[in-house]
Each structure stands twice: as structure tokens, then as C-alpha cells.
Write a protein that binds this ligand. Structure first.
Ligand code: C5P
Length: 322
């Protein structure tokens, strides 16, 4: 059957640990992070069209560029380039050995993004859309790239764009794009997400961190053994106690109202509370689904955020829904 459109569902992430090293010569920071995919999803549809276009609907749609800067369209272009390199047998992320016919990618694609993941919220929403566009075009064009090859292309698009392909719980190194699945207990964890009334720019938060550390020796980041042990044991109390994020202090400096959000969740009985990634979304760990609902109600009532949602994790990475 000739496929003319493909829809992919892709999860948001939170960082259970985000340890940031000193700035590198290329302007990025070396990281050790523990990504965790949660049940808050964007849906990305790609359809064959004469020229590339992107339309965004849903949560925060007005803030997402509907032009070539859109991360999903950047991913589409990166995939075309990777396919062209492969067809030419040229070296690149796919390697010279993978030369086969590239059957698709010549015409345009109309990308439609239905957003639920907050924009500029520290949950890698744009990266998730890029990852979903890669999976969708790989299917639409019958390109046949392996998950590893798609991860390599995603890493070119953004530091966080490879993880939504993998999903689950994974350790990220380098800029965050070098991934290894983490060994975790098969239990679900239950989270409450507090979406802020505002946004934070990731580069601005990294710059604020560098400023706060200006006169200090910054060690290379290290994976938290305590956090990994809590994940292996499925131990909610220890997981809550070992969540950490080096970007939290700079995010709080740039967005001081988040302190009240974190405090309100802890006062309401959250087992852990943290800014997600570069913020401003805050997340809270609950004991079970009923406790998550109680926390969500308490946070809503406290008036310390724009809206709240409950989510479970880990969930799988991007998958084709139709
Ligand atoms: O790779 P991505 O476009 O998602 O990164 C956005 C920005 O966040 C980068 O331009 C950089 O300023 C900052 N960043 C960083 N170190 C990382 C990841 C991102 O400094 N490991």
C-alpha cells in the first residue's frame, strides 16, 4: 500500500539527574544526565506535499516557529541529507558502508504538530517533535534507517533530540546525545507536572550557571550511584531524595516564582520536587496514582503555576500510531 501520511506519538522527558560540567570550547557543556520519558505526548503527522511546511496546534502553539527554523523541519532536512550521503556512499553519521537506494525524501512534506508538551518548558518538547518527524519520515519514505542511525541524525539536530527516540529511562553523556538505557525496576513512577506561567531559554540558563560558578573550579559531572540504586530498586523515597539538577539554581535565579511552586509541592507531601531540565516546568514525585491526584489538586489550589498534569513513567520512545 502506498502511504501518504504517517502519525507518530512522542513522549516528553524529565531529567532525574542533570549534572553539568564546565563549558567546552564549542560552547556546549559536558553533561551526565538521567532522562526519563513520561506520559505526556505530542503527535506529529507528516504527509507527502509539494513543498515543506509546518503547522502547530495545541499547547503553546503560538510560540513555535512555523518556518524552516522549526526543529521538526530541521530534522526532516537532516534526514534528507543523511539519506543523500548514504546514497552517495559518503562518510557521515550513517557511515559509508550503508549505501542503498534512498527511495523517498525528494518531494516536500507537510508536518502537523499537535502539542501537549509545553514549549520552552524544560521537557524537550521541540526535540521530541524533531525525533517524531524523523521516525515519521523514515516510515513515509521507506528509508529504512535503523534506530541507531536515526539517533545519530537526531544528535545533529539537538542535544536532547535522540532520547525521545529511545524513551524509557536512559543515561545521557556528552551534550546529552550519547545514550545508554538505564537498568531500572519494572515499576511505574507517578509524577505531577506543574507548568509555569512563562518560559526560560536554555542557553540563558546555562549562561546563568556559568556566571554563578565563575570563581569556582567545576568538576567533571558524575552519575549519581544513589539515584541509580533507587531506580533499580523502584524505591520512591530514595528516588525522591536523590533527584538533582545543576540547572535548578540558575533557573530559580531567572524565575524566582518557581521556589514557591517547589515549596508548595513539598508541603503537600511530594516525595521529591525538582525543576525539569532548564525549566520552568517543575515536577513532583508521588507515592502512587491517588497521591499524584492529591498533589495535583493541592498545587492547583495553591495558585503557584499555570496548570498541572499527572503523568507516569517510564514510557516508550516515539512510535508510529497510524
Ligand atoms: O543542542 P540544543 O540546541 O538543544 O541546545 C540548546 C542550547 O543549550 C545550546 O545552544 C547551548 O547554549 C545550551 N547547551 C549547553 N550544553 C549542552 C546542551 C545545551 O550549553 N550540553
Amino acid at each position: 500500500m502506498f502511504v501518504t501520511s504517517v502519525t507518530v506519538r512522542v513522549p516528553a522527558k524529565i531529567n532525574l539527574q542533570l549534572a553539568v560540567g564546565p563549558p567546552r570550547p564549542d560552547g556546549y557543556h559536558g553533561l551526565v544526565t538521567v532522562f526519563h520519558a513520561v506520559s505526556l505526548f505530542d503527535d506529529v503527522t507528516v504527509a507527502i506535499a509539494e513543498a515543506d511546511s509546518v503547522t502547530v496546534t495545541g499547547e503553546g502553539a503560538g510560540l513555535v516557529p512555523e518556518n524552516g527554523d522549526n526543529l521538526a523541519l530541521r530534522a526532516v532536512r537532516a534526514l534528507r541529507q543523511a539519506m543523500a550521503r548514504r546514497a552517495a556512499g559518503a562518510p557521515g553519521p550513517l557511515g559509508a558502508s550503508a549505501a542503498v537506494d534512498a527511495p523517498g525524501g525528494a518531494g516536500g512534506v507537510a508536518v502537523t504538530i499537535a502539542k501537549r508538551i509545553p514549549v520552552a518548558g524544560g521537557m524537550a518538547g521541540g526535540s521530541a517533535d524533531a525525533a517524531a518527524a524523523l521516525v515519521a519520515c523514515n516510515e513515509l519514505w521507506g528509508a529504512g534507517l535503523s534506530p541507531q542511525e536515526l539517533c545519530a541524525v537526531a544528535g545533529e539536530v539537538g542535544s536532547d533530540a535522540a532520547f525521545p527516540l529511545l524513551g524509557g529511562t536512559a543515561v545521557g553523556r556528552g551534550r546529552g546525545e550519547q545514550l545508554a538505557p538505564a537498568l531500572v525496576s519494572p515499576v511505574d513512577f507517578h509524577w505531577v507536572l506543574a507548568f509555569a506561567d512563562g518560559h526560560l531559554s536554555t542557553p540563558a540558563v546555562f549562561r546563568a550557571l556559568d556566571k554563578q560558578r565563575a570563581r569556582r573550579e567545576v568538576p567533571e559531572p558524575e552519575l549519581s550511584n544513589e539515584l541509580m540504586a533507587a531506580l533499580r530498586a523502584g524505591d520512591v523515597e530514595n528516588l525522591g531524595a536523590t533527584l538533582s539538577n545543576d540547572l535548578q539554581e540558575p533557573a530559580l535565579t531567572l524565575f524566582p516564582a518557581l521556589r514557591k511552586t517547589l515549596d508548595a509541592g513539598l508541603e503537600a507531601g511530594a516525595r521529591g520536587a525538582l525543576v525539569s531540565g532548564s525549566g520552568p516546568t517543575c515536577y513532583f514525585l508521588a507515592r502512587d496514582p491517588a497521591h499524584a491526584t492529591d498533589l495535583a489538586v493541592a498545587l492547583s489550589g495553591a495558585g503557584v503555576c499555570r496548570s498541572v498534569a499527572t503523568a507516569a513513567g517510564p514510557v516508550p520512545g516515539a512510535w508510529v500510531v497510524s
